[in-house]
Write a protein that binds this ligand. Structure first.
Ligand SMILES: *Cc1c(COP(=O)(O)O)cnc(C)c1O
Length: 412
């Protein structure tokens, strides 16, 4: 509403696209986590969305953090009030200088999946608590990691023996079923493999105490994933007295919390296809109109390219009104980003009202995960700003949690 007023007042950038982040939804996800997985401590995967308020809120709620670089470690530690033991350096392939920096920062937990990494850690951080990242079935996920990370089980005994020889303290096992896992039954097999590796650890003379079940949790399948995990853990780790279980959820915490509003900055008819045999109406399965909005695949919608997302807009406001009639006539449309590259297409086919025009606003839900963090300023288009709210259930709690965190002198 403010944007339309500013635009009418000829304010520059009045129509700029913006995110709305509802921190209550992050809080809600945390409650959901605690209810379904009470014995698994979440270490939020910072790469998914390193928003400073998200990190602050999760820090105040007591989660740990999964960091993959010096930059992420600094960002988390700079918040204040987060002990380095609440960080896992969960990147199995690290530069030596990063390992040395972790030692300096007293970040001790780190993953590995190859023997070179063990030599590097033995040299740069001999007191590290290392965790073997194993390969699991990630074929049921949007983003598979197995071609890049994870030790096949046959290599693990050799790695554990090498770690022993180098006097390294291997404390446990981690895996990642792939990001955006749409078949949570894969957790069962992953836990079974982790059990095998716990036994290998014992054989190699290590005492394992940590099981890290990684990330991959999809919002809509979370309860199902939690059931698979709880059952598998009960089956394969019946005695958990000396075992700490952690996870590295990313998108689960933030996906729903961010929405994007983008303005329609241009509209045009589609380019005609090859001449038809006989003059006829445009084919009914082809978009009738192209809309251009002010964020695209080089910005927030990089999730289309990198995170394999399929995007569908809804109408936020039309002709200055937020009330869009259900019976509004619609037609097939395509939605494009603002840059001069033709790859910059947000939605090749979607249904939008015929009356939609330049100046109207489109809304996009579930824009919190793997969006802003990888957005570029290609072609001179700025990143969309974030506006924070605590709108939903738990708003009072969120504000209290943040206020007491700030009162303790943190997050300033
Ligand atoms: C990306 C990543 C995560 C987070 O994955 P989600 O699917 O967002 O939950 C967790 N752990 C590691 C090691 C990762 O690389």
């Amino acid at each position: 509403m403010n944007a339309s007023r500013l635009s009418a007042a000829h304010e520059p950038d009045a129509e700029k696209a913006f995110f709305v982040a509802d921190l209550s939804l992050v809080y809600y996800q945390h409650q959901r986590w605690k209810a379904c997985l009470p014995d698994i401590q979440p270490f939020y995967a910072v790469k998914c969305n390193p928003d400073p308020y998200i990190i602050r809120l999760l820090a105040a709620l007591g989660t740990g953090f999964d960091c993959a670089s010096n930059g992420e470690i600094s960002q988390v530690l700079n918040v204040g009030g987060i002990d380095p033991s609440r960080i896992i350096f969960a990147n199995p392939c690290k530069a030596v200088s990063f390992i040395r920096n972790a030692a300096k920062m007293q970040v001790d937990m780190m993953t590995f999946d190859n023997s070179d990494e063990l030599y590097k850690i033995a040299r740069a951080h001999p007191r590290a608590k290392v965790i073997v990242r194993i390969l699991t079935d990630d074929s049921k996920s949007l983003c598979a990691f197995g071609i890049k990370f994870g030790a096949p089980l046959v290599t693990v005994p050799g790695l554990l023996a090498k770690a022993k020889e180098l006097n390294l303290d291997v404390i446990g096992v981690s895996f990642h079923v792939g990001s955006g896992c749409y078949d949570p039954s894969v957790y069962t097999d992953a836990i079974m493999r982790a059990r095998t590796v716990f036994d290998m650890g014992k054989d190699a003379g290590h005492t394992f105490s940590l099981l890290d079940v990684g990330g991959g949790f999809e919002d809509s399948l979370f309860e199902q994933a939690a059931n698979y995990l709880n059952e598998a853990i009960e089956q394969y780790f019946p005695d958990r007295r000396n075992i700490r279980i952690i996870a590295e959820p990313g998108r689960f915490y933030v996906s729903k919390a961010f929405r994007l509003a983008a303005n329609i900055i241009a509209r045009r008819a589609p380019i005609a296809g090859p001449p038809a045999q006989e003059p006829s109406e445009p084919a009914s399965d082809q978009p009738a109109v192209m809309y251009y909005i002010n964020d695209g695949v080089y910005g927030a919608f990089n999730c289309i390219l990198f995170d394999h997302q399929v995007i569908h807009p809804h109408v936020l406001s039309m002709n200055g009104s937020f009330h869009i009639a259900d019976l509004e006539p619609t037609h097939l449309s395509s939605v494009w980003g603002p840059t001069c590259d033709s790859i910059d297409c947000v939605s090749p086919k979607t249904t939008l009202p015929v009356a939609l025009q330049v100046g109207d606003w489109l809304g996009f839900d579930n824009m919190g995960a793997y969006t802003i963090c990888a957005a570029s300023q290609f072609n001179g288009f700025e990143l969309s700003n974030v506006i924070y709210t605590t709108g939903g259930v738990g708003a009072v709690e969120v504000r209290n949690v943040l206020a007491s965190f700030a009162a303790a002198g943190h997050g300033l």
